[in-house]
Design a protein around this ligand. Structure first.
Ligand SMILES: [Zn+2]
Ligand SMILES: [Zn+2]
Length: 234
């Protein structure tokens, strides 16, 4: 086994080399110097205080009490609105153009929003898994890379995606999205879930079908409480 410390330094060397070979440019406006510039990050900020699911007014949890029960998630935190050309471009580049180097920069905004609002507890971070075939094709799971940057303990492999679901973007109705996610996950390590407070992480959430399907399964195997963090909603 390679010691963790050396792994980290290898990662830093690769990261630095990538920065030299492919200097970052803002996905929103093309400015050099960062994967997202301060101006674009504030342009796409979502200040909504409404329930993620039903849009009734809530405070910092962004999930109302009725929806928390129904969808098994008591709060969802997100910094950006997704229904925006810049956000699509920034997250799309990260996910589909293999710009994995952007992960830590995007995660910084997610971390700020999550840490600001997360109630006190022993949180374990669980990135939403993607299907093996997709991870092979893309070379990484974008949610795992975001989750890793949060600085909280991870239970990275407790859940697996057992069903390769079609891209949600191609589905029209909310009902279709929820139905396509049915039984999409399996719990691999129930002992990592039982009695735990779990923070689910994903890149984007629109209807919340993916988060909610995962949350309901985790509750069934004994998770104590569940919240979620995503980069963008809309
Ligand atoms: Zn910009
Ligand atoms: Zn609601």
């Amino acid at each position: 086994m390679i010691p963790q410390k050396e792994l980290w330094s290898a990662r830093t060397v690769i990261h630095t080399a990538m920065q030299i070979l492919f200097p970052p440019r803002c996905g929103g406006c093309g400015a050099r110097g960062a994967w997202i510039c301060d101006g674009c990050a504030s342009d796409i900020r979502d200040y909504a205080q409404n329930c993620f699911f039903c849009e009734t007014h809530t405070l910092s949890t962004r999930v109302c009490e009725a929806c928390a029960k129904r969808f098994a998630i008591e709060a969802i935190y997100w910094p950006w609105k997704y229904n925006n050309e810049k956000t699509h471009k920034i997250i799309g580049d990260y996910k589909y153009k293999g710009l994995r180097g952007a992960g830590p920069t995007l995660a910084k905004y997610l971390r700020q929003t999550v840490i600001e609002r997360l109630p006190d507890d022993d949180w374990q971070v669980l990135p939403i898994p993607i299907h093996k075939s997709k991870e092979r094709e893309r070379g990484y799971n974008q949610s795992y890379l975001l989750a890793r940057e949060l600085g909280l303990p991870m239970i990275g492999r407790a859940l697996v995606r057992s069903k390769a679901t079609p891209p949600q973007a191609r589905m029209n109705s909310r009902k279709e999205r929820f139905e396509s996610m049915r039984n999409a996950f399996e719990v691999q390590r129930p002992q990592d879930i039982k009695d735990k407070a779990i923070l689910l992480i994903d890149d984007v959430a629109t209807t919340g079908a993916t988060l909610s399907e995962a949350a309901r399964l985790l509750k069934r195997v004994g998770a104590r409480r569940i919240v979620a963090g995503v980069l963008a909603h809309g």
